[in-house]
Design a binder for this molecule. Structure first.
Ligand SMILES: NC(=O)c1ccc[n+]([C@@H]2O[C@H](COP(=O)([O-])OP(=O)(O)OC[C@H]3O[C@@H](n4cnc5c(N)ncnc54)[C@H](OP(=O)(O)O)[C@@H]3O)[C@@H](O)[C@H]2O)c1
Length: 237
């Protein structure tokens, strides 16, 4: 499928995996709007996207606030013309033992990672319904497939994202909306390096560009094909 002229929104598109996906889609000729809280990152990324000759825009909002998400998505849809693709990428990865992590932080991880996906998906649905088609990529994690020590909040949030995403897929598939649940393993980014999960060595560890190529290729598949779930790992980290 040709992505040229498609309108995409990438949450958390100012850095890391989201920025790499935004650039990969723009390289295919898609118009790309990005969201986040850090306006400087968003402005710099929009400048890079525009250099690729596509329409771009940004909106500053916190994905855990429903009213802000609805307003931000509506604003971006207006600037792009509509929404064909949503990449639900924004997320936080606080790690820590159950007894050490404050309840506030635990709740924040769930609110950002789970409610963020829920709010943004609900906000784009009317546009996709009107278009008679759409693609939503939900970025979960291998941590959502199996919990582990020191990651109770993150793993629970991502397990919930997987479940939410699969339910969305079942409901919206009949309306020609492809909902794709991705469970990447560790990829070099501020999040994974900051959490001490990897040193980010590009000779060994997945880079954001690898993830972005994968997302791009999944979206380019003929509309009759829906990759419902997928994982990606470093070969030999
Ligand atoms: N890196 C990995 O190893 C890995 C593996 C599996 C899954 N993932 C998932 O991939 C996604 C991207 O992670 P990353 O590694 O690229 O991390 P990152 O570099 O820390 O980027 C996180 C992005 O999410 C945005 N964000 C975070 N909280 C937000 C909030 N409350 N409201 C709005 N935007 C928010 C950030 O934007 P601002 O800073 O502008 O707010 C930033 O753009 C996450 O969902 C993560 O769980 C990552």
């Amino acid at each position: 499928m040709d992505l040229k002229g498609k309108n995409a929104i990438v949450t958390g598109g100012g850095k890391g995996l989201g920025k790499a996906v935004a650039l990969a889609l723009a390289n295919e000729g898609a118009n790309v709007a990005i969201t986040g809280r850090n306006e400087e990152n968003l402005k710099n990324t929009v400048a890079e996207l525009e250099q690729l000759g596509v329409k771009s825009a940004y909106a500053v909002f916190n994905v855990d606030q429903e009213a802000e998400v609805q307003k931000g998505i509506a604003d971006l849809a207006g600037k792009l013309g509509s929404v064909d693709i949503l990449i639900n990428n924004a997320g936080i990865g606080n790690m820590g033992k159950l007894e050490d992590m404050s309840s506030d932080v635990w709740e924040q991880v769930i609110k950002t990672n789970l409610f963020g996906v829920y709010y943004a998906s609900k906000a784009v649905y009317p546009f996709m319904k009107e278009n008679g088609q759409g693609d939503i990529v939900n970025v979960a994690s291998t941590a959502g497939l199996k919990g582990g020590g020191g990651m109770s909040a993150y793993a629970a949030s991502k397990a919930a994202v997987i479940s939410l995403s699969q339910s969305m897929m079942a409901e919206w598939r009949k309306q020609n909306i492809r909902v794709i649940t991705l469970t990447p393993s560790t990829i070099a980014s501020d999040m994974s390096i900051g959490a001490g999960l990897t040193d980010g060595n590009p000779d060994k560890v997945l880079q954001p560009e690898d993830f972005a190529e994968w997302v791009r290729d999944i979206l380019k598949m003929n509309r009759r094909a829906l990759i419902a779930n997928g994982s990606i790992f470093s070969t030999n980290p």
